[in-house]
Ligand binder design. Structure first.
Ligand code: GDP
Ligand code: IMO
Ligand code: MG
Length: 425
C-alpha cells in the first residue's frame, strides 16, 4: 500500500478540510504532515460547521484513525481548545482514542508567538502578514536545533528545558525589540494544555504510518497551507516555514518517496491569498470584492479578508509539477455562478517576455497576467447532485483546465457541505 497525499495547489484555503472529510470514509488513517495552527480547515455536515487548526480532518469518521505527524508544529493551547470544542460537540477524542500525536512534532511556546508578533511589528509595511501563531520562530528553533518536542513533555526535566528556551527567547526579545509582553497567563494555559496532551497516545509517526501500510491499510496525508506558500518554492520570503509540497509528506510523516501513491491537488475555481506578497491575478476592484463577499473569503483562523483573483494557470502548472499531482479537485465552482465572463491567466508578461511558468522572483519584478476570456454560467450549482446537471459552460471550463493542466479533475465541489461534492471521473 502507498500513502495518498492531499494538498493545496494555490495560496491555502482551497477547501482541503472539506475534501479530506469527504474522502475520510475510504481511509484508515488521516495524517497531518506539516504546518501548525496557522491552518484553518473548515468542515460542514449535518448543519454543523467545524474549523480544525491542528487536528486532522478525518476526526469525524468512526473507523478512521488520525495522526498529527512529526512535521507539524503544535501549539498546546490551540490544540486543547480544539479538543475541548470537539468534546462539547459530542466528539470526545480521548474516549474515542482516535487521535495520535507524533513525539517528534515540535512545540510552539508562548514566547515563539511573541517573537512572531515582534518580528512582524518591526517589519512594518514589509511584514509577511503571518498568522501570528509563532510558526516561523518555532521552525527556526527546529532547524536551529533548539526546539522542544512533544516527546519531551514526558521527561522529568521538561520544565527546566522549557525555562531555558523561554529565557533565551526573552533575551532575544529584549535585545532585538526592547520589550516583552506579559505572557504569564499563556504560560499557565500552556502547562494545563500539556497535561491534557500527555493523556493522548504519543507515537513514532514513522512507525505508525509504515505499519498501517504493511497491514494493507489506507493512509491519506493531509497538507496545510498551499504550494505557493512552500518555504522553498513559494514567493519567498512571503511564504510559510514548512514544505507544503508532496516531499513534505515524506519528511513530515517518515514515509519514503516510493511509498507515495495518488497525489490529490486541490484548487479553487478562482484564487485567494491572505497575508502579504505577490499575487499576479489579484483583482483589487469591485469584481474582487464580489468574489470575496460571495465566496465568504475571510480567514478561517484569523478572520482577515482574503485577497481574491482569477485562476492562475502558470502557478497551477508549477504546483502540479512540484507535487506530482495525479488527480485534481476543483472547489467553489458555485461562487463563480452569475458572471457573464470569467478569466484565466494563461501567461505572464515578465521583464519584457511572455512566459508560462513561475519565475524565480515575482517580488521585485511584476508577473503581469495575460488573461483569457471564458464564458461564465448563471445556474445555481449548490443543489446539483448529478454530473449530468453540470451546466455546459462550467463543463467547458473544466475541460479547458484539464487540457491545459494535463491532469483530470476528479472531484468538483459545489458548496461547503460534505454532500455538495461530485465525482467527475
Ligand atoms: P482549507 O484551509 O483548505 O481547509 O480551506 P478553508 O476552510 O480555510 O477555506 C475554505 C472555505 O470554503 C471554507 O469556509 C469552506 O467551508 C468553504 N468551501 C469549501 N468548498 C467549498 C465549495 O465548493 N463551495 C463553497 N461555497 N464553499 C466551499
Ligand atoms: P490553510 O491550511 C492561507 C499564510 C499567512 C502568511 C504566510 C505566513 O488553512 O490553507 P505563517 O503564520 O505561516 O508564518 O504565515 O502564510 N498562511 C496561510 N494562508 N491558509 C493557510 O492555511 C495559511 N497558513 C499560513 O497568511 O501570508
Ligand atoms: Mg484554511
Amino acid at each position: 500500500m502507498a500513502v495518498d497525499v492531499l494538498l493545496g495547489l494555490q495560496w491555502g484555503d482551497e477547501g482541503k478540510g472539506k475534501i479530506v472529510d469527504v474522502l475520510s470514509a475510504g481511509y484508515d488513517l488521516i495524517a497531518r504532515f506539516q504546518g501548525g495552527p496557522n491552518a484553518g480547515h473548515t468542515l460542514e455536515f449535518d448543519g454543523k460547521k467545524f474549523v480544525l487548526n491542528t487536528i486532522p480532518s478525518g476526526i469525524f469518521f468512526e473507523n478512521t484513525m488520525n495522526l498529527i505527524g512529526n512535521g507539524v508544529v503544535i501549539d498546546p493551547i490551540t490544540l486543547k481548545k480544539e479538543i475541548d470544542k470537539l468534546k462539547a460537540a459530542g466528539h470526545d477524542l480521548l474516549a474515542k482514542k482516535n487521535l495520535m500525536i507524533a513525539k517528534r512534532a515540535h512545540l510552539i511556546l508562548p514566547t515563539h508567538q511573541l517573537l512572531d508578533a515582534a518580528s512582524e511589528k518591526k517589519m512594518g509595511e514589509g511584514k509577511i502578514g503571518s498568522t501570528l501563531k509563532g510558526i516561523g520562530p518555532t521552525y527556526m528553533d527546529k532547524t536551529g536545533r533548539n526546539g522542544l518536542r512533544i516527546g519531551d513533555i514526558t521527561l522529568p526535566d521538561f520544565k527546566e528545558r522549557y525555562q531555558k528556551l523561554t529565557d533565551k527567547h526573552v533575551s532575544m526579545l529584549k535585545a532585538l525589540y526592547g520589550e516583552v509582553d506579559d505572557f504569564s497567563e499563556r504560560e499557565k494555559a500552556f502547562f494545563e494544555a500539556i497535561e491534557l496532551i500527555n493523556q493522548f497516545e504519543l507515537v513514532d509517526s514513522e512507525h505508525v504510518v509504515n505499519k498501517y501500510l504493511r497491514k494493507g491499510k489506507k493512509v491519506l496525508a493531509e497538507g496545510a497551507q498551499g504550494t505557493m506558500l512552500d518555504i522553498d518554492f513559494g514567493s519567498y520570503p512571503f511564504v510559510t516555514s514548512s514544505n507544503t509540497t508532496t516531499a513534505g509528506a515524506c519528511t513530515g510523516l517518515g514515509v519514503a518517496p516510493n511509498k507515495i501513491g495518488e497525489v490529490i491537488g486541490i484548487f479553487k475555481a478562482y484564487c485567494t491569498r491572505v497575508g502579504s506578497g505577490p499575487f499576479p491575478t489579484e483583482l483589487d476592484n469591485e469584481t474582487g470584492e464580489e468574489l470575496r463577499q460571495t465566496g465568504h473569503e475571510f480567514g478561517a483562523t484569523t478572520g482577515r479578508p482574503r485577497r481574491t483573483g482569477w485562476i492562475d494557470l502558470p502557478a497551477l502548472k508549477f504546483a502540479i509539477m512540484l507535487n506530482g499531482v495525479t488527480q485534481l479537485v476543483m472547489t467553489k465552482a458555485d461562487i463563480l455562478s452569475g458572471f457573464d465572463k470569467i478569466y484565466a491567466c494563461t501567461h505572464y508578461n515578465y521583464l519584457g517576455e511572455k512566459i508560462d511558468y513561475m519565475p524565480y522572483d515575482i517580488c521585485s519584478a511584476d508577473a503581469v497576467p495575460v488573461l483569457k476570456e471564458i464564458d461564465g454560467w448563471h445556474e445555481d450549482l449548490t443543489g446539483i447532485t448529478e454530473v449530468s446537471q453540470i451546466p455546459a459552460k462550467l463543463k467547458a471550463y473544466i475541460e479547458y483546465l484539464e487540457a491545459e493542466l494535463g491532469v483530470p479533475v476528479k472531484y468538483l465541489s459545489v458548496g461547503p457541505d460534505r454532500v455538495q461534492t461530485l465525482i467527475l471521473h
